[in-house]
Ligand binder design. Sequence first.
Ligand code: PLP
Length: 392
Amino acid sequence: MKVNSNFDNLVPNYLFAEIAKRVNEYQSANPDKDIIRLGIGDVTLPLAPVVTDAMKKGADDLAHKETFKGYPDYEGYLFVRQAVSDYYKSFGVSVGADEILISDGAKSDCGNICDIFDKDNTVLVTDPVYPVYVDSNIMAGRKIIYADCNKNNGFKAMPDENVKADIIYLCSPNNPTGAAYTADELKAWVDYANENNAVILYDCAYEAFITGDLPRSIFAVEGSRTCAIEFCSLSKTAGFTGTRCGYTVIPKELERDGHNIYKLWYRRQATKFNGVSWPVQCAAAAVFSKEGLEQIRENLEYYKENARIISAALDELGIFYTGGKNSPYIWLECPDGMKSWDFFDLLLTKANVVGTPGAGFGKNGEGFFRLTSFGDRDKTIEAVERIKNLLR
Ligand code: PLP
């Protein structure tokens, strides 16, 4: 037998392993140092009470014959899909409950969606990039092209009519850069996709961090229903990184190559995925209740305030950055032209603060660095003070 030889084409991603190695080595040599981690992409605040109550009630249901639940519907229970649809309505976007599919998260959906597209499609990703888009398509043997995001375009790549892409991954607000597209910018991508018979795979896992009138969904943009699929997640919106629940939206009219895309994805999910558990779907629906939305807002505000604290320090130091305003990520230019890993070592050894070197997200990440606002408030304040003392 043979294995999938496309795996040989994956570039080993040492980023987080290398960070852990350097931090552990430093800590072992300096056991008295208090290291603060602002590199993590995981949340730290607990689930909202209304969410855990719903989860407990869901678990109790499973203990009784009358309320027991077996396999869920492949696309998720209607009351959860309706709750997501109503949530979209609350920010002015109309997507039907029958266009939403509940899943175990955006990472799986962003990767698994590859199953429904031909191997010979060309995939465009922006660089720097969330590695899942790249690796899933390398595993499937697809050609990947990169759209450069850099200081000149504010880390927001725009379509190039001379480039032919079939599948386009966009992430806004972006991981790692925190940059968020405006409606006009997204419209340019939508027009490109419709003109080129391409499909946009729009990852808005961080939409809940958007403030002001930036679009929180690609379906806020005219023309998107004939070219876009949207992935979202409760991981960052409501702290579900360990609980696992997300949703994918596919407009019923989205067709390519004589096929209805919703039907293909439904078929794929029905074949390889058996749904999200009852207690978790109950918890997910509770997120979108009036009380749930109020409670998750408190956690989101906490992270946003952390982001404001970090951004204010960078403003004070005169350091260029993107993100921090509509995103939990702050993507900063390393001072004095330093390379990402050199800056990592400097911060680790001189300020005992850990961040994520931008070079780990693609060639355009070199010279940049990611800090996150998902940490503890007091530690964030302390880390920022140390960074200011070091770089001032
Ligand atoms: N999409 C982006 C851009 C992310 O940064 C992440 C997590 O860090 C995910 C998706 C994963 O989401 P989930 O936890 O729903 O799988």
